[in-house]
Design a protein around this ligand. Structure first.
Ligand SMILES: Nc1ncnc2c1ncn2[C@@H]1O[C@H](COP(=O)(O)OP(=O)(O)O)[C@@H](O)[C@H]1O
Ligand SMILES: [Mg+2]
Length: 389
């Protein structure tokens, strides 16, 4: 059996916590719950969320996507902490980089460039890249002693680690260099500066994209290059941030085959990259109060009630009970399979709540379970940090 993940220690000792996992497992919820708990334990905390459901965003005071951390109201200040939250707007982060690095006229050209528009809002990996970029920026401000980072709703958790470098490679890559050539040659016709082999390549591209688009693209990339001085270097830089002391990854999964497989890949990958894994949060676990009434006996009883026609309600309740027991047993088997293959990974379980988690009270409850396991409800604050009055 794996060790229990000590969430409170993690919250007290980390400077960056990155929440990763497959889509829909509870990354956004978990990061918000961790952040709230950290703040109520006395830390000066900022949470960077990516795609919170609207009600959750509202509960955290995030009514508009403007890329600015805002203080969350109604956080218990007794331990001396605070919580700021910000939703990442990918396009806006991109725009801000352009505005910060290019002169106003150039910036305007870039922002209006069709390639820029599609790259900044839809290019695969941009969101992951921007999340890291933003993390680096927040970190540099030095305002917070802990930053909790939610990760984008990628299909695969590994995208978060791979996409920034993939994007860097793309932007620094060979194809881009070829496209850059005409712009570098001072805007002479695209065709003139290419050798025969490349000519074929560009003529294909021109056919596919159109001459104007190709010109747009090469101008765009040229301006990006002067602005950033190497995307890949930037990606490498943010990547290094993730290996620093004080950074911890929390992998989130639900007790289902695909999510756990994804979590296992991710855990293995972190190990091979020497990135600090804190542990696994097994979210939306179904627990059953220990009961002497087994699945088989409940179902048998329900069946005999059906036959007699007596008490259909009791039969229905028995069936629900049996179903819950079976679900809980399945969740347990799933969890055991993961811990058997990864015995060194600390785990904590969070119960499937009766409804979606959309307010601070709900986040607090999840935070309590993260720290103390499902069902338990222990005080949030460490005894030593409690203030008089
Ligand atoms: N333990 C839980 N019990 C019940 N609902 C949950 C739990 N954790 C998350 N949810 C709900 O599941 C949905 C997806 O969660 P979310 O945190 O947005 O996942 P992700 O960010 O990984 O895509 C949300 O509606 C959220 O309220
Ligand atoms: Mg999310």
């Amino acid at each position: 059996m794996s060790a229990r993940l000590d969430v409170d220690r993690l919250l007290d000792q980390s400077s960056i916590i990155v929440c990763c996992g497959a889509g829909g497992v509870g990354k956004t919820t978990t990061s918000a719950a961790l952040a709230l708990r950290a703040a109520e334990r006395g830390r000066t905390e900022c949470v960077l969320t990516i795609d919170p459901a609207r009600p959750l965003a509202q509960a955290m005071g995030q009514t508009e996507l403007d890329n600015t951390p805002r203080t969350v109201a109604d956080v218990d200040p007794a331990a001396g902490g605070s919580l700021d939250a910000m939703m990442l707007d990918m396009k806006r982060t991109f725009d801000e980089i352009v505005l910060a690095h290019a002169d106003p006229q150039r910036a305007e050209q870039i922002l209006a460039n069709p390639f820029y528009v599609s790259l900044s809002s839809s290019f695969a990996g941009t969101q992951e890249y921007m999340a890291m970029e933003k993390l680096g920026q927040l970190r540099e401000l030095g305002t917070w002693d802990l930053i909790v980072v939610d990760t984008p709703p990628s299909r695969s958790a590994l995208d978060f680690l791979d996409a920034p470098q993939r994007l860097g490679r793309f932007l620094d890559g060979r194809m881009i260099r070829m496209l850059l050539a005409p712009a570098k040659a001072g805007g002479r016709g695209v065709m003139k500066v290419f050798s025969v082999g490349i000519n074929v390549f560009t003529s294909v591209l021109t056919r596919v994209l159109g001459a104007q688009a190709l010109k747009d693209l090469s101008l765009f990339v040229a301006s990006l290059e002067t602005m950033f001085g190497g995307f890949r270097e930037r990606a490498d830089h943010t990547y290094r941030l993730l290996k620093e002391d004080g950074t911890a990854f929390v992998v989130i999964a639900v007790p289902e085959r695909d999510a756990l497989r994804e979590a296992a890949y991710f855990v293995d990958r972190l190990a091979s990259e020497r990135m600090p894994l804190a542990g696994l949060v097994l979210n939306r676990v179904h627990t059953s109060a220990a009961s002497g009434l087994s699945v088989e006996r409940s179902l048998a009883a329900a069946e005999s009630l059906d036959k007699s026609g007596d008490s259909p309600l009791t039969a229905a309740v028995l069936r629900i009970h049996a179903e819950r027991l079976a679900t809980a047993a399945r969740d347990r088997r799933m969890a055991e399979r993961f811990t058997a293959s990864h015995p060194d990974v600390p785990v904590v379980q969070v119960a499937a709540q009766a409804s979606d988690v959309h307010d601070l009270a709900g986040l607090r409850r999840i935070g309590g379970e993260l720290a103390n396991g499902p069902e338990a409800t222990a005080p949030v604050r460490p005894a030593g940090k409690r203030r008089a009055g």
